[in-house]
Design a protein around this ligand. Structure first.
Ligand code: CP3
Length: 321
């Protein structure tokens, strides 16, 4: 996740101070930015350069992405009538640029390309709050107070996300990741009642594609079981739960992705090595562990630490079979 980004000088040089959505809409640049981390490190997969709000912008929702903040929307969606602004998505017509980028990437790449989408709860939070939020109070308030609007909004988002994911696989992506970084704001019962049915419909809508799917959340230690029930071949966990405990809760027949704390990479190498080995020890050499950070790479991360981390994980994984 956020494999590309500001920790790479060549990324900053290419992006300049232009709008990130403009860069995403320029396939040559999206291709180049997707490839940049792979030129620096022998990563096992690439993730296409796009953003979770792209399919919403593609259907006319006027998000902009502010540096240091994230997606911002001047006219938030808070009523049943507002939900009508979410028209259906025709990927080839509404967002051809991402599909063009994917098609040229799969010709060039020697590793699998991951396509992705934001999950309905996280997208709903940006739509309802009008921007990033610490407590998601307006979102959760609407969810509890106005189930009809909530259900309509979540349903409409599933109807946007499913074609968005399907089109990426049709263009050549060989795995899909669904990002739900803000869903950890919910209690398990609220997740089960208000999110799980929509997530299940989402995963049902891509089940026939025969590509592996990763279902990722942040702060979701208490939501692991309902997230697994909702779907995903692998569940992505952040660093707030030890990997072995998360895997026990999920059961070892579910694959797991995670979960080095991204801030560890700001420390000297011996600390990075110790913490990364701890994650690998907790995975216990089982197949079905996808080593990753618990959340995105921070802009201040030294590239050398990432390069050494990739080598360490490869060396250890080969040794342990
Ligand atoms: O790794 C990759 O390059 C894949 C492409 C990707 C981006 N965003 C590009 C991007 C992916 C997978 C995302 C996911 C994303 N975007 C999420 C879910 C995962 C997560 O990290 O929680 C969320 C919540 C967003 C929304 C978003 N877009 C935020 C919060 C920000 C950061 C704003 C900031 O300046 O702090 C963005 C901008 C963004 N999207 C960047 C990247 C590489 C940051 C660099 C830039 O602005 O040029």
């Amino acid at each position: 996740m956020r494999q590309a980004g500001r920790y790479l000088p060549e990324y900053r040089a290419l992006r300049g101070d232009r709008d990130i959505l403009e860069t995403i809409r320029t396939p040559d640049e999206a291709v180049e930015i997707t490839l940049q981390p792979l030129r620096r490190m022998p990563l096992d997969a690439a993730i296409v350069f796009s953003d979770i709000v792209v399919p919403l912008v593609a259907i006319g929702i006027a998000f902009r992405i502010e540096t240091g903040r994230g997606p911002v929307l001047d006219e938030p969606i808070r009523s049943l009538r507002d939900v009508d602004r979410l028209r259906s998505l025709e990927p080839e017509v509404d967002e051809p640029y991402t599909l063009m980028a994917i098609r040229s990437l799969v010709r060039e790449l020697e590793v699998p390309l991951i396509g992705f989408a934001g999950a309905p709860f996280t997208l709903a939070s940006y739509l309802i709050e009008g921007g990033p939020s610490r407590d998601h109070a307006t979102t959760k308030g609407l969810m509890f107070a106005d189930p009809a609007t909530w259900g309509a909004l979540m349903g409409a988002l599933v109807d946007v996300v499913v074609p968005h994911l399907r089109a990426q696989v049709e263009a050549g992506a060989s795995a899909l990741q669904v990002f739900d970084p803000w869903v950890g704001a919910l209690a398990p019962a609220a997740y089960r009642a208000n999110v799980l049915p929509h997530m299940r419909r989402l995963f049902d809508g891509i089940a026939d594609l025969a590509v592996p799917t990763i279902h990722f959340g942040v702060g979701t230690s208490e939501l692991l079981e309902p997230m697994r029930e909702a779907g995903g071949d692998a569940i992505g966990v952040d660093h707030r739960i030890p990997l072995d405990r998360a895997w026990e809760r999920l059961g070892h027949s579910t694959a797991i992705q995670g979960n080095l704390d991204p801030t560890v990479l700001l420390a000297p190498w011996d600390v990075v090595e110790r913490e990364a080995l701890d994650v690998l020890d907790r995975a216990g050499g089982r197949s079905g562990h996808v080593f990753n950070l618990g959340h995105g790479v921070l802009p201040e991360t030294p590239v050398e630490n990432l390069q050494r981390l990739v080598d360490l994980v490869h060396t250890r994984s080969e040794r342990d079979g």
